[in-house]
Design a protein around this ligand. Structure first.
Ligand SMILES: [Zn+2]
Length: 75
């Protein structure tokens, strides 16, 4: 069940690169694992082909921390 929420402009989007398909797609951080799993399962028999763009992989932890921080700060 995909629910694209265009109004969620503040959500960090992460580039997912697939060298086999020669594609790059930007997915919201909250859907990152699902998007990668789905792509690899549907197109690559579950092999880990598609992955987060290595150039920004280091920043994912930062983005996730910021995301969590915002959610928790609202309590
Ligand atoms: Zn692919």
């Amino acid at each position: 069940m995909t629910n694209t929420n265009e109004s969620d402009e503040g959500a960090p989007r992460v580039p997912v690169v697939c060298p086999d398909c020669e594609t790059t797609s930007r997915v919201p951080l909250s859907e990152l694992a699902d998007a990668i799993d789905r792509h690899n399962e549907q197109l690559h028999d579950g092999d880990d082909v598609a992955a987060v763009d290595p150039d920004i992989a280091d920043r994912i932890a930062d983005l996730a921390a910021t995301d969590l921080g915002l959610l928790e700060g609202d309590q």
